[in-house]
Unconditional design. Structure first.
Length: 261
Protein backbone atom coordinates (compact mmCIF):
# COMPACT_ATOMS: atom_id res chain seq x y z
CA UNK A 1 0.00 0.00 0.00
CA UNK A 2 2.87 2.39 0.75
CA UNK A 3 4.11 2.12 -2.83
CA UNK A 4 0.61 2.81 -4.11
CA UNK A 5 0.29 5.90 -1.93
CA UNK A 6 3.64 7.19 -3.18
CA UNK A 7 2.56 6.54 -6.77
CA UNK A 8 -0.62 8.53 -6.10
CA UNK A 9 1.53 11.33 -4.64
CA UNK A 10 3.70 11.35 -7.76
CA UNK A 11 0.61 11.60 -9.96
CA UNK A 12 -0.75 14.49 -7.88
CA UNK A 13 2.53 16.37 -8.09
CA UNK A 14 2.69 15.88 -11.85
CA UNK A 15 -0.84 17.32 -12.12
CA UNK A 16 0.01 20.25 -9.79
CA UNK A 17 -2.68 19.03 -7.40
CA UNK A 18 -2.33 20.19 -3.76
CA UNK A 19 -2.20 17.21 -1.41
CA UNK A 20 -0.99 16.28 2.06
CA UNK A 21 1.06 13.16 2.76
CA UNK A 22 0.43 11.80 6.26
CA UNK A 23 3.06 9.37 7.58
CA UNK A 24 3.20 7.46 10.84
CA UNK A 25 6.73 8.27 12.02
CA UNK A 26 6.78 6.87 15.56
CA UNK A 27 4.71 4.50 17.69
CA UNK A 28 4.79 3.06 21.18
CA UNK A 29 2.98 -0.03 22.45
CA UNK A 30 -0.31 -1.08 20.78
CA UNK A 31 -1.37 1.05 17.79
CA UNK A 32 -3.42 0.41 14.63
CA UNK A 33 -0.62 1.08 12.14
CA UNK A 34 3.17 0.90 12.28
CA UNK A 35 5.80 3.52 11.35
CA UNK A 36 5.95 4.10 7.62
CA UNK A 37 2.20 3.75 7.08
CA UNK A 38 0.98 6.52 4.79
CA UNK A 39 -2.17 8.27 3.68
CA UNK A 40 -2.65 10.86 0.93
CA UNK A 41 -5.29 13.56 1.53
CA UNK A 42 -6.77 15.69 -1.26
CA UNK A 43 -8.48 19.08 -1.25
CA UNK A 44 -11.93 17.53 -1.65
CA UNK A 45 -11.43 15.58 1.60
CA UNK A 46 -10.94 12.19 -0.02
CA UNK A 47 -7.97 10.09 1.03
CA UNK A 48 -5.95 7.10 -0.13
CA UNK A 49 -4.17 4.76 2.25
CA UNK A 50 -4.52 4.79 6.04
CA UNK A 51 -2.71 5.85 9.19
CA UNK A 52 -4.96 3.90 11.52
CA UNK A 53 -8.64 4.52 10.85
CA UNK A 54 -11.25 5.48 13.41
CA UNK A 55 -11.28 8.72 15.37
CA UNK A 56 -7.52 9.20 15.13
CA UNK A 57 -7.62 9.14 11.35
CA UNK A 58 -10.63 11.49 11.36
CA UNK A 59 -8.55 13.97 13.36
CA UNK A 60 -5.65 13.58 10.95
CA UNK A 61 -8.00 14.37 8.06
CA UNK A 62 -9.13 17.57 9.80
CA UNK A 63 -5.54 18.63 10.40
CA UNK A 64 -4.68 17.82 6.78
CA UNK A 65 -7.52 20.06 5.60
CA UNK A 66 -6.00 22.91 7.63
CA UNK A 67 -2.55 22.17 6.19
CA UNK A 68 -3.98 22.43 2.67
CA UNK A 69 -5.01 25.99 3.52
CA UNK A 70 -1.87 27.31 5.20
CA UNK A 71 0.69 25.02 3.55
CA UNK A 72 2.41 24.34 6.88
CA UNK A 73 3.61 20.86 7.95
CA UNK A 74 2.43 19.41 11.24
CA UNK A 75 3.68 16.83 13.75
CA UNK A 76 0.72 15.23 15.51
CA UNK A 77 0.99 13.23 18.72
CA UNK A 78 -1.88 11.01 19.83
CA UNK A 79 -2.44 8.99 23.00
CA UNK A 80 -4.73 6.01 22.39
CA UNK A 81 -5.65 5.20 25.96
CA UNK A 82 -8.74 6.91 27.40
CA UNK A 83 -11.42 8.46 25.13
CA UNK A 84 -13.11 9.95 28.19
CA UNK A 85 -10.17 12.34 28.45
CA UNK A 86 -10.18 13.14 24.74
CA UNK A 87 -7.95 10.38 23.37
CA UNK A 88 -8.91 9.19 19.85
CA UNK A 89 -8.79 5.48 20.73
CA UNK A 90 -8.34 2.74 23.35
CA UNK A 91 -5.52 0.65 21.86
CA UNK A 92 -3.22 1.57 24.73
CA UNK A 93 -0.39 3.04 22.67
CA UNK A 94 0.95 6.29 21.25
CA UNK A 95 1.37 7.44 17.66
CA UNK A 96 3.19 10.36 16.05
CA UNK A 97 2.09 11.36 12.55
CA UNK A 98 3.81 13.84 10.25
CA UNK A 99 1.74 15.85 7.80
CA UNK A 100 3.64 17.07 4.75
CA UNK A 101 1.75 19.44 2.44
CA UNK A 102 2.71 19.38 -1.21
CA UNK A 103 1.42 22.61 -2.74
CA UNK A 104 1.82 23.71 -6.37
CA UNK A 105 3.62 26.98 -6.90
CA UNK A 106 1.19 29.91 -6.61
CA UNK A 107 0.14 31.24 -9.99
CA UNK A 108 0.51 34.82 -11.15
CA UNK A 109 -1.98 35.79 -13.86
CA UNK A 110 -1.02 38.96 -15.73
CA UNK A 111 -4.00 40.42 -17.56
CA UNK A 112 -2.71 42.73 -20.25
CA UNK A 113 0.44 42.12 -22.30
CA UNK A 114 1.42 45.68 -23.17
CA UNK A 115 4.66 47.30 -22.09
CA UNK A 116 3.89 47.09 -18.36
CA UNK A 117 2.49 43.57 -18.58
CA UNK A 118 5.60 42.40 -20.41
CA UNK A 119 7.84 44.05 -17.81
CA UNK A 120 5.91 42.37 -15.00
CA UNK A 121 6.21 39.02 -16.80
CA UNK A 122 9.97 39.44 -17.26
CA UNK A 123 10.56 40.28 -13.60
CA UNK A 124 8.19 37.52 -12.49
CA UNK A 125 10.21 35.11 -14.63
CA UNK A 126 13.39 36.18 -12.83
CA UNK A 127 11.60 35.69 -9.48
CA UNK A 128 10.45 32.18 -10.49
CA UNK A 129 6.73 32.88 -10.40
CA UNK A 130 4.46 30.37 -12.17
CA UNK A 131 3.24 33.03 -14.59
CA UNK A 132 0.38 33.20 -17.08
CA UNK A 133 -0.04 36.17 -19.44
CA UNK A 134 -3.36 36.96 -21.12
CA UNK A 135 -4.43 39.63 -23.56
CA UNK A 136 -7.48 39.94 -25.78
CA UNK A 137 -5.14 40.68 -28.71
CA UNK A 138 -3.55 37.50 -30.04
CA UNK A 139 -0.96 39.46 -32.02
CA UNK A 140 0.38 40.95 -28.79
CA UNK A 141 0.71 37.52 -27.23
CA UNK A 142 2.42 36.23 -30.36
CA UNK A 143 5.13 38.85 -29.93
CA UNK A 144 5.85 38.16 -26.27
CA UNK A 145 9.51 37.42 -25.56
CA UNK A 146 10.30 33.82 -24.64
CA UNK A 147 10.42 33.45 -20.86
CA UNK A 148 11.22 30.31 -18.90
CA UNK A 149 8.42 30.63 -16.35
CA UNK A 150 5.79 32.63 -18.27
CA UNK A 151 3.12 31.11 -20.52
CA UNK A 152 1.02 33.09 -23.00
CA UNK A 153 -2.64 32.07 -22.77
CA UNK A 154 -5.12 32.50 -25.62
CA UNK A 155 -8.90 32.58 -25.78
CA UNK A 156 -11.42 34.39 -23.62
CA UNK A 157 -10.62 35.15 -20.01
CA UNK A 158 -13.27 32.57 -19.11
CA UNK A 159 -11.44 29.93 -21.14
CA UNK A 160 -8.17 30.79 -19.41
CA UNK A 161 -9.70 30.55 -15.94
CA UNK A 162 -11.41 27.26 -16.78
CA UNK A 163 -8.07 25.78 -17.85
CA UNK A 164 -6.14 27.41 -15.00
CA UNK A 165 -8.39 27.67 -11.91
CA UNK A 166 -7.20 30.26 -9.40
CA UNK A 167 -7.12 29.61 -5.66
CA UNK A 168 -6.57 31.73 -2.58
CA UNK A 169 -2.82 31.21 -3.08
CA UNK A 170 -2.80 32.85 -6.50
CA UNK A 171 -2.48 36.48 -7.61
CA UNK A 172 -3.91 38.51 -10.48
CA UNK A 173 -2.25 41.64 -11.88
CA UNK A 174 -4.52 43.64 -14.22
CA UNK A 175 -2.59 46.06 -16.43
CA UNK A 176 -4.93 46.53 -19.38
CA UNK A 177 -5.12 49.38 -21.86
CA UNK A 178 -8.59 50.73 -21.02
CA UNK A 179 -11.75 50.55 -18.93
CA UNK A 180 -13.64 48.41 -21.45
CA UNK A 181 -11.16 45.56 -21.04
CA UNK A 182 -11.32 45.90 -17.25
CA UNK A 183 -15.11 45.61 -17.44
CA UNK A 184 -14.75 42.50 -19.58
CA UNK A 185 -12.36 40.62 -17.31
CA UNK A 186 -13.11 41.69 -13.74
CA UNK A 187 -16.45 39.88 -13.25
CA UNK A 188 -14.85 36.54 -14.17
CA UNK A 189 -11.73 37.24 -12.10
CA UNK A 190 -13.77 38.21 -9.05
CA UNK A 191 -15.69 34.95 -9.25
CA UNK A 192 -12.43 33.17 -8.46
CA UNK A 193 -10.93 32.88 -4.98
CA UNK A 194 -7.65 34.53 -6.01
CA UNK A 195 -5.98 35.91 -2.91
CA UNK A 196 -4.71 39.06 -4.64
CA UNK A 197 -6.45 41.04 -7.37
CA UNK A 198 -4.61 44.23 -8.26
CA UNK A 199 -5.58 46.79 -10.90
CA UNK A 200 -3.35 49.45 -12.46
CA UNK A 201 -4.96 52.79 -13.18
CA UNK A 202 -5.94 56.15 -11.78
CA UNK A 203 -8.47 56.67 -9.02
CA UNK A 204 -10.86 58.22 -11.53
CA UNK A 205 -10.54 55.25 -13.87
CA UNK A 206 -11.33 52.86 -11.02
CA UNK A 207 -14.34 54.93 -9.95
CA UNK A 208 -15.72 54.67 -13.48
CA UNK A 209 -15.03 50.92 -13.61
CA UNK A 210 -16.40 50.25 -10.13
CA UNK A 211 -19.64 52.13 -10.79
CA UNK A 212 -20.24 50.20 -14.02
CA UNK A 213 -19.48 46.86 -12.36
CA UNK A 214 -21.77 47.63 -9.42
CA UNK A 215 -24.58 48.54 -11.82
CA UNK A 216 -24.05 45.22 -13.62
CA UNK A 217 -24.51 43.29 -10.36
CA UNK A 218 -20.99 42.76 -9.00
CA UNK A 219 -21.21 42.85 -5.21
CA UNK A 220 -19.58 45.47 -3.02
CA UNK A 221 -17.72 42.68 -1.22
CA UNK A 222 -16.13 41.53 -4.46
CA UNK A 223 -15.33 45.05 -5.60
CA UNK A 224 -13.58 45.71 -2.29
CA UNK A 225 -11.18 42.87 -3.10
CA UNK A 226 -9.61 44.91 -5.90
CA UNK A 227 -6.40 46.61 -4.82
CA UNK A 228 -5.97 49.79 -6.81
CA UNK A 229 -3.88 51.62 -7.66
CA UNK A 230 -1.72 48.52 -7.62
CA UNK A 231 1.83 48.52 -6.34
CA UNK A 232 4.10 49.77 -3.59
CA UNK A 233 4.65 53.53 -3.85
CA UNK A 234 8.20 54.06 -5.11
CA UNK A 235 7.48 56.90 -7.56
CA UNK A 236 7.85 54.43 -10.42
CA UNK A 237 7.72 55.79 -13.97
CA UNK A 238 9.15 53.27 -16.45
CA UNK A 239 7.52 49.88 -17.16
CA UNK A 240 10.42 48.14 -15.39
CA UNK A 241 10.04 50.34 -12.31
CA UNK A 242 6.28 49.77 -12.29
CA UNK A 243 6.93 46.02 -12.48
CA UNK A 244 9.12 46.26 -9.37
CA UNK A 245 6.37 48.16 -7.58
CA UNK A 246 3.66 45.70 -8.63
CA UNK A 247 5.54 42.53 -7.71
CA UNK A 248 6.64 44.07 -4.42
CA UNK A 249 2.94 44.39 -3.56
CA UNK A 250 2.28 40.77 -4.55
CA UNK A 251 5.23 39.55 -2.48
CA UNK A 252 4.22 41.69 0.51
CA UNK A 253 0.73 40.19 0.40
CA UNK A 254 2.09 36.67 0.05
CA UNK A 255 4.54 37.04 2.94
CA UNK A 256 2.20 38.79 5.35
CA UNK A 257 1.16 36.71 8.39
CA UNK A 258 -2.51 37.01 7.45
CA UNK A 259 -2.05 35.96 3.82
CA UNK A 260 -2.68 32.50 2.41
CA UNK A 261 -1.03 33.15 -0.94
Amino acid sequence: MTNQVMAALASALEASEPVVLATVVKTNRSVPRRPGSKMLVRVDGTSFGSVGGGEMEARVLREAAAALIDGEPRLLNYQLVDPSTGDPGVCGGEATIYLEPHMPDPKLLIVGAGHVGQAVAELADWLDFDTLVWDDRDEILDDLPALDAAVATYGSIGDVLAANPLTHRDAVVIVTRNVSVDLEVLPALLRTTAGFVGLMGSTRRWQTTRTALAESGVSTEDLDRVKTPIGVEINAETPAEIAVSVLAAVIAQRRSPQAQL
